[in-house]
Design a protein around this ligand. Sequence first.
Ligand SMILES: Nc1ncnc2c1ncn2[C@@H]1O[C@H](COP(=O)(O)OP(=O)(O)O)[C@@H](O)[C@H]1O
Ligand SMILES: [Mg+2]
Length: 346
Amino acid sequence: MPNLIIQAISKRFGQTVALEDVSLTLPEAKLICFLGPSGCGKTTLLRLIAGLEQASSGKIFLGETELSAIAAHKRNIGMVFQSFALFPHLNVANNIAYGLKIRGVDKLTRLKRAEELLELVQLSGLGKRHISQLSGGQRQRIAMARALALEPDLFLLDEPLSALDAKLREAMQVELKLLQQRLGITTIVVTHDQQEAMTMADVIVVMGENRVQQIGAPLEIYHKPKNRFVADFIGSNNFIPALVKDTQSVSALGSIFEIALPKSLKVGAQVALSIRPEKLQLYSSEPPKSSKLAGTIKFIRDLGSTVETFVEVAGHELSVKGIQHLATGDKVWLSFDPADAVILEV
Ligand SMILES: Nc1ncnc2c1ncn2[C@@H]1O[C@H](COP(=O)(O)OP(=O)(O)O)[C@@H](O)[C@H]1O
Ligand SMILES: [Mg+2]
């Protein structure tokens, strides 16, 4: 199966810009997450791929084939919506086999295929049940089975787990990931939940402000965010105001840090030094390090499994994660490995 290529897509609804110049090459046979806050255009992009919307400009290709020139019902795409949208008057098997019936597949073949798909989503034997007799999680699995019945080239899911409670959602994330791996179908899952994306995705497309902000493997995006938006949206980060001193160091909160800097930055430029709370080391006495920050503990949030310590450094509050044996009011020192810091333009 070929790559999905999105080429300079823009979409407007009247005055509203839903997508602005989106270009992406999405790898085949992988699970891709479109991740971003509400309103950034995730659903619109998914609907454009499915053919449920027309782009204002730009094209979409599946390999050499121009998908955007093909009518929605001829695209061979399986889609699962946020609201499961199952047919309440049909039983489970007939829901799953609905698309097959439309295509004129005979009843025996349909029921056999429905049973195979039930097995695939681990609900064997439930074919005769009524939709109303299913739990939320079961309904969502049926919606997935129905979308997969026609062996689609692309499997698209729009916030498929958002209606489920937290525990079930986490279990379903793993299940969906394993299902995608078994089937090897190119799958796109829309989510606003970064942990969900980190759990499932081979590739994450971070969207914000109706554009693509970054595309990459989950850990690449986590450790090497390209801009402030991504660094802010994925996990938590401390942003420390800093000044570029020379080609390989910045000054921040009264200390100098030697850090690899993007070449585009000029000496004297204002930047943000972005560092994860778990990458800051906390000391109760001054460590023998050339680069460090001195501060005072303002607050400790102890959640049992993790402890978050808020340290005030030169009027700035920094968050540090890790087990500590310290108290509010203690004088402390912070340091970090420069390789863990990211310098971002502001
Ligand atoms: N049918 C529509 N008519 C008008 N505006 C729309 C329509 N669909 C989406 N939009 C607007 O386009 C933007 C992107 O929406 P959407 O793709 O639904 O975002 P997301 O799924 O990321 O929350 C929003 O500002 C939304 O209000
Ligand atoms: Mg949406």
